[in-house]
Design a protein around this ligand. Structure first.
Ligand code: ADP
Length: 475
């Protein structure tokens, strides 16, 4: 049984999460101890007790530990990628790439610990100077989803630790193994007891317990419903908050797009990682002049995608992560048909050699902006193509969404690309690239219903994981 990490001790429990491989339900990845609300209280208390010691460490000590963790993650990327692919279902290549990214994130934030983040100014008053410094926020709670089992815990934990905070991580129930591996690596890299705590189990039980136990800040990535509920609770308790809650990201294909490039962007953005990325392009908004050619070529490419076991070398699309998610995807496929969209290919659940949650990617054309498949985040391999009269209409459709995470355009026109970059209501804009697939050293986040609070990743992470102090110094 893999245990919770509380105050430097591996703590078991009488209850376990049985972690099964969605590519092969006979394959048990491991049994993981579920924590109680009391365990969560202990974890937050341990993080509170460890805070004075950790924030007093030198930036060199923190950088060394993060760097060591990053090196171990990178050195073990094949093994950890295999584990991740087994528990989440993304292909081995995608999983190894995600692990490598987690390693790079720790390396980046090892450097961030050393870089200066303060400012020193003259006062407007004579004989006075002003020093603006950044201090840790305190005990930071991290609640993470299942679609990036190691990268998201890494991109929250690394800046939290770099800037002197202590951490309680509650990962998604579906993917405890990657977080357990991360906790083990961090502990062996030399973190003092209580600085990083891992609490496994139900969000409905452990989320409220975490907030009640008295954290100072919460970084959450997950569904909009959970995020909004947490936002209300954090506001009432005065807890600093950062939310990432998904998207319904448009890829706009202009009349002058290069056909093969646009189709490649759509295939990658809509279907890779089985469509289970919050930056997935689930709305393909195509201008009338290129519509027929684009849809025909995209349908051909979609139908040819190879769905299979995540560890099989020729698999392009792994299984859906869970039975619940597969059932939701199938409901959306039925709803799209009932609402009058044309299902050009895919959509069905597949029976393959091993029992798993396989689904053939579904491509709908002739969609209207009002249909559920055009409006709601599905989080699966289901894409909706909408026809636009021209660029202005396409832009209006692209922005006609409660979300605002990523938005992409395929065009050869600098003028259109520039106009779109300036007018897309999204936190991230991609030109001639898939909407999904982002760098680890630059800010990540959205606007409207997608995100709340400061950005994640890159130099901007300092905004969330520190609090500013302004000191006036008389001479
Ligand atoms: P998804 O539908 O993708 O699983 P959720 O928002 O339910 O999205 O889950 C994201 C994370 O939030 C998971 O770690 C989950 O355990 C956690 N979670 C679920 N419900 C709550 C809650 N009420 N409070 C805090 N965290 C929660």
């Amino acid at each position: 049984m893999f245990c919770n990490l509380i105050d430097g001790q591996w703590r078991g429990s009488g209850h376990a999460i049985v972690n099964r491989n969605p590519s092969d339900l006979h394959d048990v990845v491991g049994e993981f101890a579920t924590a109680s609300a009391g365990d969560m209280r202990d974890a937050v208390a341990a993080a509170r007790a460890a805070l004075p010691g950790w924030r007093a460490t030198t930036v060199q000590q923190r950088a060394d530990i993060l760097d060591a963790a990053g090196s171990e993650i990178l050195a073990r990327k094949q093994e950890l990628g295999t584990l991740l692919a087994r528990e989440e279902g993304k292909t081995l290549a995608e999983a190894v790439g995600e692990v490598a990214r987690a390693g790079q994130i720790f390396k980046f934030f090892a450097g961030e610990a050393l870089r200066g983040h303060g400012e020193w100014l003259d006062s407007v008053r004579p004989g006075v100077e002003v020093a603006i410094s950044r201090e840790p926020v305190g005990v930071v709670g991290l609640i993470t989803p299942w679609n990036f089992p190691i990268a998201i815990p890494a991109w929250k934990a690394a800046p939290a630790l770099a800037f002197g905070n202590t951490v309680v991580l509650k990962p998604a129930e579906l993917v405890p193994a990657s977080s357990w591996a991360l906790a083990d690596i961090l502990q062996r890299a030399g973190l003092p007891d209580g600085v990083f705590n891992l609490v496994l189990g139900s969000g409905r039980v452990l989320g409220p317990a975490m907030l009640e136990a008295g954290i100072d800040a919460l970084s959450f990535t997950g569904s909009q419903a959970t995020g909004q509920a947490l936002a209300a609770d954090c506001a009432a308790r005065g807890i600093k908050l950062q939310l990432e809650m998904g998207g319904k990201n448009p890829l706009l294909v202009a009349d002058d797009a290069r056909l093969e490039q646009a189709v490649e962007c759509a295939i990658n953005g809509a279907f890779y990682s089985t469509g289970q990325r919050c930056t997935a392009s689930s709305r393909l908004i195509v201008c009338a002049g290129i519509y027929d050619a684009f849809v025909a070529r995209l349908a051909e490419r979609t139908a040819a995608l190879r769905v299979g076991h995540a560890l099989a070398p020729d698999t392009q699309i792994g299984p859906v992560a869970s039975e619940v998610q597969l059932a939701a995807n199938l409901r959306y496929v039925a709803q799209g048909q009932a609402e009058g969209a044309s299902l050009l290919c895919g959509g069905d659940a597949l029976q393959l050699a091993t029992p798993g949650y396989y689904q053939q990617p579904a491509l709908f054309a002739g969609c209207t902006a009002q249909m559920a498949i055009s409006r709601e985040e599905i989080f699966g391999p289901v894409a909706a193509v909408l026809r636009a009269d021209g660029y202005e209409h396409a832009l209006a459709l692209a922005n006609d969404t409660p979300y605002g995470l990523a938005a992409g355009i395929c065009t050869q026109s600098l003028a259109l690309a520039t106009h779109f970059r300036r007018h897309a209501e999204a936190g991230m804009v991609m030109v001639n690239l898939p909407t999904a697939g982002v760098d680890y050293h630059v800010p990540f986040g959205g606007r409207k219903g997608s995100s709340l609070g400061p950005r994640e990743q890159g130099r901007h992470a300092v905004e969330f994981y520190t609090t500013v102090k302004t000191a006036y110094l008389g001479l």
